[in-house]
Design a protein around this ligand. Sequence first.
Ligand code: PEP
Ligand code: MG
Length: 579
Amino acid sequence: MSFVLHGLAVSPGISIGRASLISHATLEVAQYQVKERDVEAELARFDAALGAVRSELDTLKIEAGASLGAPAELSAFVDLHAMILTDPLLAEVPRQLIRERRCNAEWALVQQLEQITAQFDEIEDAYLRERKQDIVQVVERVLRVLLGHRRKLSRRGRDEELIIVAHDLSPADTIQFKKLKIGGFVTDVGGATSHTAIVARSLAIPAVVGLHHARSLIQEDELLIVDGTRGVLIVAPDQRVLEEFRLRKAELELERSKLQRLKTAHAVTLDGESIDLSVNIELPQDIDKVREVDADGVGLFRTEFLFMNRGDSPSEDEQFEAYRSVVKALPGKPVTIRSLDLGADKVTRGMRAAARIETNPALGMRAIRYCLAEPQLFLVQLRAILRASHYGRVRLLVPMLAHAHEIEQTLVMLSLAKTQLAEAKVKFDERIEVGGMIEIPAAALALGPFLKRLDFLSIGTNDLIQYTLAIDRTDESVAYLYDPLHPAVLRLIAMTIAAGRRAGLPVAVCGEMAGDPSLTRLLLGMGLTQFSMHPAQLLEIKQQVMKSDYSLLRGRVARLLRQDDPARLLGMLLKLNAA
Ligand code: PEP
Ligand code: MG
């Protein structure tokens, strides 16, 4: 039966494909005893399920090998799951339970899983304790086959994509999609500027979050349409609806391909103001997409994603190689590397395992606070960034600064890293530029120390909105309050841009507002000349820039900023965009 669910549109476009359910919990299974004469058949059913999952993992490995990016981590992950599958604890003990206690295969497997996970909970070592999740995932795969919901990864129709359906996805889960060919995803929870949503936009795959019950209502392999522009999910569409969406999808693709003509054009307004359009990236492999749109540089490299989905932290050399590869891929262009912004919704496996559960993680030990509390980790990253600075124009960007002493401490750490490298006779850019993110209202309201001590500013509107309006950006229940057009938010942004201009300090916006074409003119009118966004958004923003008159907008936006009434403000914005 066809039905429609509504959620938050977080990444535009249309995807038509088959549901692939992702679950983090053990599936509920029936528990019954098989008849004595059926025991052999039950054992054969269990063995067949193991065999099916084995070939499923083989297929996954082949698909990963064929897809772009660095498949090494994914292959290792598939290998680990294949190893778990053959471990006697999973392959043999459930057989004993089937034979001796005549349990049905699913029940035997779940009982054994419970035994194993209880033992894992006792383990002190955080990394090993984390492996429990891998075992759960393998068991879930086997259960899915036993329950008849086999994932038909290789049997999808030619034009059908794989759509991930999950209750929740962490940014660490989502970043793994960069290595797979995923058509789109939908989740029950999540906010529009959560990092899960941000990664979806960076992948340019349609996504809808905050659907509440999608995970429990949708079945494996069911046909789905994800409309990531309108925040709609259509389950089991009929032929007529399907045709309509296929048409719409083709139209969207045509529009996108038309934008390609702007690739080599300069982003200059009608009255000749040159605008810098840079990109945000999460991993070095994103650089291909940066080249595709011929961006002016990298305005934000979210380095914390290098630390996810692994048991340890990347070494100084590994980080250096990652940063250098980006710098070398963009000769002559600035690459803004942000120091670690871990915490809140972006956590590593180690942090998750060791976590004391914070009541308000977004207000807790995050970003620069975490780095200053873990000086060794911070120094390793600073040295790696400095080393990469020898190979091009690297800028260091520091997130979540609010206090003058945090700026001072950061600069002390940077000079310590420089001294260490100089002593080891390692080359780096002595005059590396250091910038601060303006994403806490206190920073925007008291910019003095930033203007005095730093070389540039970058406004993180995602967090600035979260902290100004006191709403958790990952919580779909307050997503309706997440409002980039709130007069308080607009004034903080405008004040920061104006103060930067007065002090002669470059100011960029690297939050999601920079990639929203309906806000381009507003930001231009505030005097913004540097935008950083996902590569997929860049050409559309360029189109807006080229249609705009910078000096005309300056006056009109000054009037808009004096407006307190939300409806009037919106009306003024619509007029601004229509002109
Ligand atoms: C922001 O807060 O706007 C930003 C760009 O950083 P992040 O989304 O990674 O917190
Ligand atoms: Mg931020």
